[in-house]
Structures are given as structure tokens and as C-alpha cells.
Design a binder for this molecule. Structure first.
Ligand SMILES: *Cc1c(COP(=O)(O)O)cnc(C)c1O
Length: 375
């Protein structure tokens, strides 16, 4: 995106830092907080986010793929960088070169990494991924000990931790979280006695709902960006309100005009003016992450008020009704996500309408628009 786009995603560095501090305050002393910055930090800009968090003491970062980790390292991030999805064995040397830490779940990858580490004269720390009920990545619990023993025989790599992931920790009291955690604890107990061994399973939901699962490290994602994994922020006064949404997405009105009663608006004329109405045309559409599902459903903030989307959202354009709001002009700001005056639209509000979750809304806005960090 060029600097001259109408659309801008702005990220509050202070909010990111405050959310990190909040998560840190929720875990026991000595428990590390890994900042999950995959997907370009859920749309918040991976490098700028990692720097902002490094400045408040974060020393561990997590990404999905090797390519993301390399970018982080090359941009000067010093901390430990975890790669959750492992790597193609052909790229093992890149892992070693950049001192990255993989989640390991296959012998093939481990063998390749061992060779590359020996060739470079380095010792690489690896964490074994075990599947305790997510039904996703990882070795099955019954295979864990055998797999770790196999890794122990490989020169150049050392198993320094075991990790797993919860499928339902966003649901307070979910029994699968309890079950998964006891499976994890049992699996880890078979590896007892190893030195400096790091166990980690908790994501944001577990930090907030299941503090006894925090183990030696937690992996926080959505909470760092100011959202609760279970949707709506809890009512006032609860801890949840200490998370501050970091992202704002705004644009500018490019035309204001009056349409007569009965006029069709946008493709397919799925909306017809119910009265003489004034509309504002916005240069934002599904290409910018404003989902087409929000056609005739979405809302934006103009002059501190919520106004409705009328008609279908196009690729780069949509229309909103501003009848009755005086003085709206071309160039005025429209906020799609965030606050304007007293009015607020959160990623949860949008997700509720699109049948999704805040995570996806943040990724779509953040990764499809020009971004700046403020403060
Ligand atoms: C993304 C991710 C997390 C963070 O989850 P949140 O719900 O955003 O806190 C933790 N662990 C793994 C393996 C992940 O992929």
C-alpha cells in the first residue's frame, strides 16, 4: 500500500505494551510470556509489534513459519523465536543460521536439523509438540517418550521443552481443557528430571480462564492485541477491561450525495432508499478487509455516530447512510474499527456480524491496508 491511500490502520504501541504487562501480571513470577506475532502480529505489523514488546521486556516470540522468523531476526529481534509449524528439512540450515527454535514433531525434520547443526558447529534447542486433544499438529502422547529418546540420540540438537495447545480454553470451565491439561501433565511427568525443561500449553484463553495451566511459559496472542478470545469483553470492573484494543482502521469520505426515495444502491440493488436520503461514499471494500458479508449489515462511525452500510460492499467502495447528520463533508474521517468520540466499533462487533472471530477481522484489516504505529 502506498502512503497516499485513503485507508489507514493505526496501531497503538502503548496499548500493545500495556496488554503485555497485563498478561505478565496474570502469570506467576518466573513464568515467561511468549508473544505470538504470527500473521504479521494478527495484522498489527510483526516487526514493529515485536520491537514495542521487546521494549517492555518481552524476550520470547512465536511465529508460524520459518520465513516470518527470518524477517524478525533480520530486523534485529534478539530474543528466542519459536517457529510453530516446523520447517521443510531442506531449510534446516536456515534455522541454524538464525538461531531459531522449532516445534518438532517429525523425525525427518529432526534429523535434518541435527545434520545442519553439526555442520555449523552449533547446538540447537528444540521443543517437542505433543497433541493432547487439539487434533492438530504434534506427536500423540503415547509416542512422546519414544520420540524424545530418539531426539536425544541426535547430535547438535537438544530437547529443551514440550508444548501442546488447547482447543477450547476460550470457554471458561470447558472440560476438554481440563482433560487436555491432565494428558499434558501425564506426558510431561514421563520426562521428569530433565534440566531447564520448559513446558508450555496456555494461550490467551488459558491465561485468562485456567491460570493453573500456565506451566513454565504461556503463549499469548489475541490478548496482546486487546481482545478476549471468547468474544465480547467481560462487563465493567472485571479484569478483562484491562485489555486495550490496539488497532484502529479509518478512511475518508470521498463523496457525499442525496438520493431520491426508491433509488437502488450498489450492485444488485439489494438496497433501495426508503426515503430521500443522504449517503457518503467510502473508498473501502472487501479488498481492504471490509467483508462483503457486511453488505446491508455493517456500520461505521462518522461524526461520532454509528451509521449503516447501504447496499452491497464492492471491491474498493461502499456506501453508508448519513441522513440527518449535519455538515458531513468530503474528507471527513470514517472509522471502521475503533473509537470516534463516544462511539466504538470493536473487532468483536464486526465478527459477530460476519460469523467470525476478532482474530480474523484484525488480520483482514491489518494485512490489507497501510499501517502505522503511533506514540
Ligand atoms: C496462535 C497460537 C497461540 C496464541 O493463541 P491466542 O488465542 O491468540 O492467545 C498460542 N499457541 C499456538 C500454538 C498458536 O498457534
Amino acid at each position: 500500500m502506498s502512503d497516499t491511500s485513503f485507508n489507514c490502520v493505526s496501531v497503538s504501541r502503548k496499548a500493545l505494551q500495556s496488554n503485555y504487562k497485563f498478561i505478565e501480571s496474570r502469570v506467576a513470577p518466573g513464568v515467561k510470556v511468549m508473544a505470538m506475532v504470527k500473521a504479521d502480529a494478527y495484522g498489527h505489523d510483526m516487526v514493529l509489534t515485536a520491537r514495542a514488546l521487546e521494549d517492555v521486556g518481552c524476550t520470547v516470540f512465536g511465529v508460524a513459519e520459518l520465513c516470518e522468523a527470518v524477517i524478525l531476526r533480520k530486523s534485529g529481534i534478539k530474543g528466542q523465536i519459536f517457529v510453530m509449524l516446523g520447517f521443510d528439512p531442506e531449510n534446516a540450515a536456515i534455522f541454524v543460521e538464525h538461531d531459531l527454535t522449532p516445534a518438532i514433531f517429525s523425525s525427518r525434520a529432526a534429523t535434518a536439523l541435527s545434520r545442519a547443526a553439526v555442520a555449523a558447529g552449533k547446538q540447537v534447542e528444540v521443543h517437542v509438540k505433543v497433541d493432547t486433544g487439539m487434533g492438530r499438529l504434534g506427536v500423540m502422547p503415547r509416542d512422546l517418550v519414544g520420540f524424545v529418546k530418539e531426539l536425544d540420540t541426535l547430535p547438535g540438537i537438544s530437547v529443551q521443552g514440550v508444548m501442546s495447545h488447547f482447543p477450547e480454553s476460550d470457554v471458561p470451565d470447558s472440560s476438554s481443557t481440563r482433560d487436555g491439561f491432565s494428558t499434558f501433565e501425564q506426558a510431561c511427568s514421563l520426562l521428569a528430571g530433565r534440566e531447564n525443561f520448559v513446558r508450555h500449553i496456555a494461550n490467551s484463553g488459558a491465561v485468562l480462564n485456567f491460570p493453573d495451566t500456565n506451566c513454565d511459559m504461556v503463549r499469548a496472542g489475541i490478548s496482546l492485541y486487546g481482545y478476549h478470545p471468547f468474544g465480547k469483553q467481560p462487563e465493567n470492573g472485571s479484569d478483562g477491561n484491562r485489555l486495550i484494543p490496539a488497532m484502529t482502521f479509518s478512511t475518508q469520505i470521498i463523496q457525499v450525495k442525496d438520493l431520491p426515495k426508491g433509488a437502488g444502491i450498489s450492485y444488485g440493488h439489494t438496497y433501495r432508499a426508503e426515503r430521500d436520503m443522504r449517503i457518503a461514499v467510502l473508498p473501502v471494500g472487501y479488498e481492504d478487509g471490509f467483508s462483503r458479508i457486511l453488505s446491508n449489515q455493517g456500520e461505521v462511525l462518522i461524526h461520532g455516530r454509528k451509521v449503516p452500510v447501504r447496499g452491497r460492499i464492492c471491491m474498493n467502495i461502499c456506501m453508508v447512510e448519513i441522513t440527518g447528520i449535519d455538515g458531513v463533508q468530503v474528507g471527513d474521517e470514517a472509522v471502521l474499527l475503533g473509537r470516534q468520540g463516544d462511539a466504538v466499533i470493536t473487532a468483536d462487533d464486526i465478527a459477530e456480524k460476519t460469523g467470525s472471530i476478532s482474530y480474523e477481522v484484525l488480520c483482514l484489516f491489518g494485512n490489507n491496508n497501510k499501517r502505522v504505529h503511533r506514540e
